[in-house]
Ligand binder design. Sequence first.
Ligand code: SF4
Ligand code: SF4
Length: 404
Amino acid sequence: MTYLQQLSKAQWTWLLGTLAAGVAIVAAGWIAESPLDRTSATAPTTAMSIREIAPELDVTGKSLARELGLPLDAPKGKPLRKLAVSQDDLDHVVAHLLGHRPANLKYYVFAAIVLWGLVFLTRLGRPDGAPNAERKTWYPRMAYLLALVVAVAVCGFALGKSPNPMEGVVKVVKSMVGLYPSVWDKVVALLFFLGLAIVGNKLICGWACPFGAVQELLYSLPFFKQIKRRKVPFVLSNTVRTLLFATVLLLLFGIVGGQKGFVLYHFLNPFNLFGLDFEHGAIAVTTVVVLLLALLTYRPFCQFICPFGLVSWLAERLSLARVRVDASRCNGCGTCVRACPTDAAKHVLAGRWFAADCYSCARCLNVCSQEAIRYGSAFARGGVEAEARNSDRQRHTPDALADA
Ligand code: SF4
Ligand code: SF4
């Protein structure tokens, strides 16, 4: 039987209800989006000063000065032409900063995709009452791949680079050195993304982030299978990601380099791909290198660079729904560990509190012959308690897991 034929009536209700809710959420976003949100009231000229232009672009004078290549303490009341800024340079900076204005509709699309991912993983992926022998038809990849395509097409190319989860973190830290007029709207945006990361384990990254989706789609191509079996050790990727974040903060606050307001992530931001706005050569290089690496290894940008990847990895301890393993059923064969593109499944089985990032990709959910692995509420009974799981691992076959 096909997957759809196996769905129960209740699951059909969930499926149709979720699709209807997704359309309603996006429609609400469409109605709420003001057409004025993304346009500038006036076209700035070099006869205007930083003080006059910056509020139009929702940045502070310091931030605009930095974008124009001026010192942060450049005079804010002088016409820009007296500061040797050309109209061409100003137009370029204005276009770049307008690209960072959030398309508010995108928040709604993110929410709709995450809702779909959550319902698919918790209610729809596994048909009610279907025998384990049919498990290869569960969690059909097409449902996931379609969500990824929507994420790239709509949350990426159609609606531009902003907002995105990485920017959610970067704008908060930039606000802390005065590069935005207010920190609170940036904090609210970051909390929104974190909420979508904990409603289901990193669902915003796994299902809705446009650059995460590009990498996931590239990794899903059926090339280089032998190479892809080699996983990046989590301790390595997380150490690099953490050290990079610490370096960014040291540079941003001027503790290192003495140039307060320097944002290293600006040179590594592949979300510019969605605005085709590669303002620095380093951005183009980062993007191309990451896209090539994504063919060979799982989500290299997420694992090694992205600050939201790091912050949401910490936040995923609070996830309300996640991959869970029933220790009383698990025989320690390591099949799910081999199916997982990261160290996440291995760490979940080992009961690690700070397990590697799990992107809710569902690869591990239809491989278990013991029906021991599920995606469900973190509070439901039947999942593995760490202690039980650890003792179970020792009793079963630690070698199989170590080898996986
Ligand atoms: S970790 Fe990856 S998926 Fe998550 S926000 Fe960063 S780029 Fe997107
Ligand atoms: S395969 Fe790994 S990353 Fe994907 S859902 Fe399972 S544990 Fe998470």
